[in-house]
Design a protein around this ligand. Sequence first.
Ligand code: FES
Length: 343
Amino acid sequence: MNHKIAFSFADGKTLFFEAGANELLLDAALRNGVNIPLDCREGVCGTCQGRCESGQYTLDYVDEEALSERDLAQRKILACQTRLHSDATFAFDFDSSLCSAVGTQIVQGVVTSVELVSRSTAILHLDASATAQQLNFLPGQYARIQVPGSSHWRSYSFANRPNSRNHLQFLIRLLPDGAMSNFLREQCQPGMTLDLEAPLGSFYLRQVEKPLVLVAGGTGLSAFLGMLDELADEGGRGHAIQLFYGLTQDADVCELPRLDSYQSRIPGFTYQVIVSQPSEQWKGKVGYIPDYFYPEQLAGQEFDIYMCGPPAMVEAVKNWMEIKGLDNFNMYYEKFIQSNSPH
Ligand code: FES
C-alpha cells in the first residue's frame, strides 16, 4: 500500500508525492523528482535531515554525529534512513528551490594556485570558466572534488560567492596523511584539471531578517567566507553580524586580513578568534566559543545562528543554548566528519 507524503519547506512551499510500503523516504522523493540535498546516504552526514510533523516511521541507522538523542526525541529524521508506515508530513528548514530537478552538475576546474594560509590550511583556487554557464550555488554550500587518479571524492565548502567568471575557492585543512591533502602537498600544480560536483548541502545563508551569530570551527570558516563575500558585496543587510572563529591551535589561524576587510565593508560586522590550546606567542582570546557568548545580549533579541565545524563544537554550542534556556533563535548548522562531509 502506498503512503501519501508531503514535504513542507522554509519558503512556505509544499510538495506532494507517494511512497511505496517500506520504501526509503529518500528513494521515494528522488523517484518523484524531489531532489533534497544529500551526501553520504548512510545516515552519517546529517545533510538530508528534516522533522516528521505527522505520521509513523522507523529509522534504519542514525549515526550519533548526525542526530542526537534530543534530535530524535524531537522527531528529527534522516530521509535516507526513514521507512514509512503511514501517510506522513515532513518539514525541512531549507527552501524548496534546493530540490529543483536540475540537481548537481559535474564541472572541470583548472588549478590556478594552492595558497598556504596557515601551517595546516590551504586555499585551493580553481578556474572553472570553461563551463559556459555560471556555476550556481548558495553561499555556504559545498562541492565534492575528486582526487585525480583515484576514486576518492572529498567535500569542501565554497570559500567565495558564485561569480560569472566561475573562479572558485576552497579552504582546505591539510591532514598529515589524507588522499586530498597528499595530492595538494605533493602533486598539485597550476594548470591541472580537477572534477568537482556541486552544489551540495542545505547549509546556506537564508534571508537576513535578524542579527546573525556565525560560529566557525577550524576550516568551517570556509562556508562563512562565502556568506561574508556576498554580504560585503551588498554592503550588509542592516543587522549586526558576529563571527566566532574557534581553533585548537593558533598556528592554524588564517584569513585574518580578509576578516578585517569585511569589518570595513559590512556595517555591524565584528569577529573574534578563540584558541583552546594556544602557544606562548598567542596574545588573543583563549578557551572555547561559548565562553565568549553574552547570554544577556542574546536573550534580549531574536537572532539566527549558523554553525559550521566539528560535531563537538556544534553540540557544545547547542548544549550551551539549552542550559541558558534560550529559544529565541533559528539554528542552522553543518557538522563535518572526516573525509566524508565538508572538510
Ligand atoms: S545523506 Fe542522509 S545522513 Fe547523509
